[in-house]
Design a binder for this molecule. Structure first.
Ligand SMILES: [Fe+2]
Length: 396
């Protein structure tokens, strides 16, 4: 790996290791083409290069954000020629007497078009057969070793569920761990909540009843992305956590029951919370797909669904597909089932991992579980930042 300090800065603060060197460069129809030592060829639009040009006076050297308007560049701006300098830095010559620009080869490699989109997903879809228990890490070690903490976070990102164990029973510890990832996202249950039995519960969660598989906060425009449950004490009989990978359920439905899968992606249900003091309401399909058709979220919670006001034909299609989803969510094939042990901190992707529990005997002993929400973006940012920090430590 090359010494990164000798390269031009990049329009960000990421690390761009130079693992493949450019071998030839040329201008073609005003765009930059780069041939790399592994035989791959990448292309760059002149506007992409100009607005990310670290040697221009329109990229702020401190914020590394551009000050350029899309209209500041000439319509017919072109790369006229290019050269490879020592260590692989690429110098670009422009039309319109624009002064030459120099680009970091690692950044160019990471931001080029190679003829097809690269698949970024690291998701591992699972059933209980492959993963009867969540990926688990030692809590006290994760608190002092950033590499272990990062392993827990990447497992959470990839599997949608990951656990720390053996944590001490301390006030404020859950909040401290979550804030190490990013800001807490509050809810109508407060900044932090305790799963306890309430005399006048505003959710089934605050009873000792069994809970069917569900996501929390389907009543929000964007439901909370992450949930953390910290078991500080548990001497009750029952109450095991039950988790299922709804992305796996959706993928299996797409393959085996495509008509139900399409209905779950198309038909919108409304969800409303049942509270005397708040009234949250949001609408969306059970399975959410992004613009590339990739499953990106789940909105599934049986007891917060409002009546579906639609034609009988639509209702029939909606109920049949919802029941097909429920049949898999309640099928043990998909269910991780495990006890909450004192010292366990379970983290899960609330928009992917369905959670539920067995009922428990409230008279049988104490049970003290704290909960906090945050969002996926904070997890992904924390992973990238920690990777950057640990990578700098290993290269310095
Ligand atoms: Fe819940």
């Amino acid at each position: 790996m090359k010494d990164l300090d000798q390269y031009p800065i990049t329009p960000d603060f990421d690390l761009w290791p130079v693992e493949v060197m450019p071998q030839a460069v040329r201008s073609e129809n005003g765009a930059l083409w780069v041939e790399w030592s592994d035989g791959k060829v990448s292309q760059y639009h002149p506007f992409l290069l100009a607005e990310n040009d670290p040697t221009s006076d329109t990229l702020h050297p401190l914020s590394r954000e551009t000050t350029l308007s899309p209209l500041d560049l000439p319509n017919d701006l072109q790369v006229v020629s290019a050269d490879i300098e020592s260590e692989g830095t690429i110098e670009v010559q422009w039309s319109h007497d624009r002064r030459p620009s120099r680009f970091h080869p690692g950044w160019l490699r990471g931001n080029g078009w190679f003829g097809e989109a690269t698949e970024q997903s690291t998701e591992v879809l699972w059933t209980a057969k492959e993963h009867p228990e969540p990926p688990t890490f030692d809590g006290p070690q994760a608190l002092v070793d950033q590499a272990v903490f990062l392993s827990w976070l990447t497992a959470l990102r990839d599997y949608g569920v990951a656990r720390l164990e053996n944590l001490p029973n301390e006030d404020g510890l859950l909040m401290q761990v979550v804030e190490q990832i990013g800001p807490i996202r509050e809810s109508n249950f407060g900044r932090m909540y305790t799963l306890e039995i309430k005399d006048d519960p505003d959710s089934n969660a605050f009873t000792s009843d069994a809970l069917m598989q569900h996501i929390d906060m389907p009543t929000r425009e964007c439901p909370h992305g992450l949930q953390f449950l910290f078991c500080r004490d548990n001497a009750t009989i029952g109450g095991e956590g039950i988790y299922a990978d709804a992305y796996r359920i959706a993928a299996d439905l797409a393959a085996e029951e495509p008509e139900h899968f399409e209905a779950l992606c198309e038909i919108e249900w409304t969800y409303n919370n049942r509270s005397k003091t708040t009234s949250y309401k949001a609408t969306g399909p059970v399975i959410e797909r992004n613009a590339r058709g990739h499953i990106s979220g789940i909105r599934y919670n049986t007891w917060l669904r409002a009546p579906l006001v639609a034609s009988l034909e639509v209702q029939d299609r909606a109920y049949r597909s919802y029941r097909a989803f429920a049949a898999r969510a309640q099928d043990q094939t998909y269910q991780m089932k495990f006890a909450y042990r004192p010292g366990d901190l379970l983290a899960f992707d609330n928009r992917r991992a369905l959670h539920g529990r067995n009922g428990y005997d409230a008279q049988g002993g104490t049970r003290f579980i704290e909960g906090i929400y945050s969002d996926r973006d904070d997890l992904h940012s924390a992973i990238r930042s920690l990777e950057r920090t640990l990578s700098k430590e290993t290269t310095s």
